[in-house]
Design a protein around this ligand. Structure first.
Ligand code: PLP
Length: 391
């Protein structure tokens, strides 16, 4: 037996464990301190009533002979395909239901899709980045090159025609930077990918936070995207499914003459046995009128937090991206502090925890991520402390 030596090449990420350790140590040394966490990337609000009702009803289905469901199609139930096709139509995108594949979340599919591509491909990833894109490729032995995202380009790098690559990752609205591409930016990437015969792996996990009508919610709103892009999305942030698990992937039939769509179906039917019937029923309830209304209210709760934090940074004159169209705010650390120095400073003097940008790539150093996924009152309190400390 020979093990996959590529695992030796994955950079160890100490980001979240170091954040947790520093917080634990601070709390132990200062038991009286009331520490507020603005570092969480997970949702905190419960599932909405429409989803809960659908989950309960689906549990009852499983209790009766006439409505019991065993194995379903690996690519998901048609009721959820149709609900998703309807959702895409609301932002002007027409999809065939056999282009939609239901999964247990975007993270799994982002990793699994790589089964379809040769190990010889060169992968272009923005820096800073959601670490999954890099690590999954390093595990498979692929060469990874980086596109610099920085304050100069608003953390939205554009393609460089002189750079050759085969697989391109784009996440918009972005984790960690909260920055979101406009149509012209995505159009540039689509044209570049089509010209190179490259594929874009487009992560739309935060599309539900987009408010500006000028910003695309799906890459298929861009002309030419169906011949170059696979889109990943999720019920995690949209409807609080981080612990319930459901997402979807779009593999258009126009991509590589339908080959990738067929290969993905083959891959899924071979290695995956589908998302639970009960979970898919809960997911489909998001697209009912009541479900959509309730989800909007929950998203509105987080958006209010993002607004409070944005207004705070505006009042302090601190440069940042995100906060609008995203639950993340990505700020430039004041007084040219590096990310970890600012982390310590904020913890010590304001008892607020955030995420050091350095943990997301070399271009993240000097930047810091705050999230809007917390409690509203606590977020307001954290904002007051930031104003006091940095004002
Ligand atoms: N993509 C991005 C950019 C994320 O930030 C996350 C989770 O934080 C995911 C994907 C994972 O989504 P899921 O819960 O559907 O696996």
């Amino acid at each position: 037996m020979q093990i996959n030596q590529n695992f030796d090449n994955i950079a160890q990420s100490y980001l979240f464990s170091t954040v947790a350790k520093k917080q634990r140590e601070f709390q132990a040394a200062h038991p009286e301190a009331d520490v507020i966490k603005l570092s969480i990337g997970d949702v905190t609000r419960p599932l909405v009533p429409a989803v809960i009702d659908a989950l309960h009803a689906a549990v009852e289905d499983q209790a009766r002979q006439e409505t019991f469901h065993g194995y379903g199609d690996e690519q998901g139930y048609s009721f959820l395909h149709e609900a998703l096709a309807g959702y895409y139509r609301t932002h002007g995108v027409s999809l065939d239901t056999d282009e939609i594949f239901i999964s247990d979340g975007a993270k799994s599919d982002l990793g699994n899709i790589l089964d379809l591509f040769s190990a010889d491909n060169t992968v272009l990833v923005p820096d800073p980045v959601y670490p999954v894109y890099v690590d999954t490729n390093v595990m498979a032995g692929r060469k990874v090159i980086f596109a610099d995202a920085n304050a100069g380009n608003g953390f939205l790098p554009l393609p460089d025609a002189g750079t050759a690559c085969d697989i391109i990752y784009i996440c918009s609205p972005n984790n960690p930077t909260g920055a979101a591409y406009d149509r012209a930016g995505l159009q540039a990437w689509v044209e570049y990918a089509n010209a190179q015969h490259a594929v874009i792996l487009y992560d739309a996990a935060y599309e539900c936070f987009i408010e500006d009508t000028g910003l695309p919610r799906s890459i298929y709103e861009i002309e030419g995207a169906k011949t170059c892009a696979v889109e990943f999305c999720s019920f995690s942030k949209m409807a609080g499914f981080t612990g319930t698990r459901c997402g979807w992937t779009i593999v258009p039939k126009a991509l590589a003459d339908g080959k990738l769509n067929k290969m993905w179906l083959r891959r899924q039917t071979t290695k995956f046995n589908g998302v639970p019937y009960i979970v898919q029923k809960g997911a489909a309830a998001c697209f009912t009128e009541a479900g959509m209304q309730q989800i909007r209210e929950t998203l509105g709760y987080y958006k209010q937090n993002a607004k409070v934090l944005s207004e705070t940074l505006d009042s302090l004159g601190i440069w940042y991206t995100g906060g609008k169209n995203s639950p993340y705010l990505w700020l430039k650390c004041p007084n040219s502090m590096d990310s970890w120095t600012f982390f310590d400073y904020l913890l010590e003097h304001a008892h607020v925890v955030g995420t050091p940008g350095a943990g997301f790539g070399k271009n993240g150093d000097g930047f810091f991520r705050l999230t809007a996924f917390g409690d509203q009152q606590r977020t307001v309190e954290a904002a007051e402390r930031l104003k006091k400390l940095l004002g």
